[in-house]
Design a protein around this ligand. Structure first.
Ligand SMILES: [Zn+2]
Length: 203
């Protein structure tokens, strides 16, 4: 890569960081480009975001989702649904276009990118270095469920694999916390049964 290309990349990363850290409004960015565009490298917002997308190498997946954000139309249960199974709003408008979409960054690519950061990689060794003391509950990894899993073989789709949960130092334990605001109906009534929560999109 030529030096000028690298400098343009760095300029774009700095500008993206500046916009994010200051919540810079679009109008202010346009003024920035108008007044100082001839003296500093300022791309249009569209070009800047495309540039950052290329540099980050992150690919997003777009799913149709309910107009009220109840669920994404994916998975065997919802992929072909034409009505939201929760609020019963139609998925498509009169032109057969999806009324709402959800742009998802796959979890796998997010975790892979975490390993590109040396300091974060070091911090992520916390779980594998954690020493369990049976008489002391001082961390989520002291919990009985996690400790029970560490002696269980991984089973996927009914097939038992030869390794135990979290036996590899690079294994990552994901915790999911929700206050039920992911679904408007559940937020008002409150789910008495956790299995009544809508499916979560993880891949
Ligand atoms: Zn809905």
């Amino acid at each position: 890569m030529c030096n000028s290309c690298l400098l343009l990349d760095i300029d774009s990363i700095k500008m993206f960081n500046f916009i994010r850290n200051t919540n810079l409004p679009r109008k202010a960015y346009a003024q920035l480009a108008k007044f100082w565009g001839s003296r500093i490298h300022v791309e249009s917002l569209y070009k800047l975001f495309r540039h950052i997308l290329e540099l980050s190498n992150i690919e997003t997946t777009v799913y149709d989702c309910c107009i009220n954000s109840c669920c994404a139309f994916t998975g065997t249960d919802y992929k072909t649904a034409e009505l939201c199974p929760y609020c019963h709003e139609p998925r498509f408008d009169k032109h057969c276009r999806s009324r709402n979409t959800f742009e998802y960054i796959p979890l796998t690519s997010r975790i892979k990118s975490m390993f590109l950061n040396c300091s974060l990689t070091e911090r992520m060794t916390y779980r594998s270095n954690f020493e369990f003391n049976a008489g002391c509950y001082d961390d989520v990894f002291s919990g009985s469920h996690y400790q029970h899993l560490t002696s269980e073989y991984v089973v996927v789709d009914g097939v038992r694999h030869p390794h135990l949960f979290f036996s590899d130092s690079h294994d990552i334990a994901l915790g999911i916390l929700t206050d039920c605001h992911i679904h408007p109906q559940l937020s008002t009534s409150g789910p008495s049964d956790p299995s009544s929560l809508p499916p979560l999109l993880l891949h």
